[in-house]
Design a protein. Sequence first.
Length: 472
Amino acid sequence: MPGYDPDAHGRGIVHLGIGAFHRAHQAVMTDDALAASGGDWRITGVSLRSVEVAEALNAQHGFYTLIERGSQGTSARVIGSIRDVIAADSTATLAALCAPEVRIVTLTVTEKGYGIDRLSGGPDLTHPAVGADLASPDTPAGVLGLLVRALAQRRLSGHKPFTVLSCDNLPENGRLVRSGVVGFARMTDPGLADWIEAEVAFPSCMVDRITPAAAPKTLSEAELQTGCIDLAAVETEPFVQWVIEDLFPTGRPAWEAGGALFVTDVAPYEQMKLTMLNGSHSMLAYAGFLSGRQYVRDVMEDRALARLVKRHLAAAAAVLPRLPSIDLADYARSLEIRFRNPAIAHETRQIAMDGSQKLPQRIFQPALLALERNLPIQAFAFATAAWIRYTLGRNDAGEVYPIRDPREAEIAAALSDTPREAPAIVAALSALPGLIPPALAEHARWTAAVERALERMLTQGMLDAIDLEASD
């Protein structure tokens, strides 16, 4: 059980998007902080769409089991940092955001959940929640609308603004969310936008912990470990990392008690993680899924795929700046060990979703850097070709699958009349706005590399294409 009395600590945080990752990461470090230093930092979670997690956690008074599976065995602990959960109720969510005791709002809603246009940095006017909230800003339901309305009410009430801490895997996530929030406010109340720019802190952070979706064995393991039925249990790996810009005007929990690292500039750390861990994850997810590997650990058991993972990590490390406190070769080896963890059932299809949102920072930007420095690009080209092959929605056996991407309809439309030939497919997807940077899409060396890898996948099948790629 927690090393403190949860009822003795008040609420200080509202978290939007209370999925498995938050419960394996930020909530755990908040639990560590409460045990080490106390404070009123318990969490009100918000499930923006579903009610299942809220019902499970509320019935358990916020308690749930964290299961860590590693090569040294399995351990478990009960987390008590979550006070309650709001289920798909925008009115209750707004009330929680406006509560004067709330000093931090954390978020894990995925990139598509924010409704921010990556190119402009402002609200994405085509996003359904953004459009609805701009039309009715007093009764918001989307992320930007809720944050702006809550900040407006806090300003009118004379309450200090909360700090907004995005914990999603996005480059410069604090700056991105700040731009979206300010842009939304400027469309409804320019004075409020100016106040937000001057008064609200949006620190950036980098998060890392592999957290598979809960499975039946997760719940059975929780019951075995605790003697209790737990419908909200999560499982994860022993490794955890959180690098945070230390910008919290109204205070923060002692997250360093759980291992968080506070720095003045998160950018080099998030670039390292996005390029090496997330980039190689995307590559192995598409290649693995299309070759019948259900889990990341299955990918690493295949000699050819494991060689491609090693190659991708080396290519990614080559484009990164050096960090004084981190040896990139050691970091690459640690990633391979984590990917091989036999106790973690991390599905390739889970990693493969939302590719159009993930690849720009994970694959395309590193590829551009490699081209500019005349470094090898084949690892990035292969990852891109594997994603393109995945977007066709049918594997080599003819089985159809959903690509689960926010731009799925747009991708399907681009491919609908396109011949199933590598140059035509690459050209069709390269033409999608805001996806592949023009400087990359129009580069002859890049196009040739992607087309060559995709041609192998289309004509020889994914298994043979992987073997050929690994032997090049």
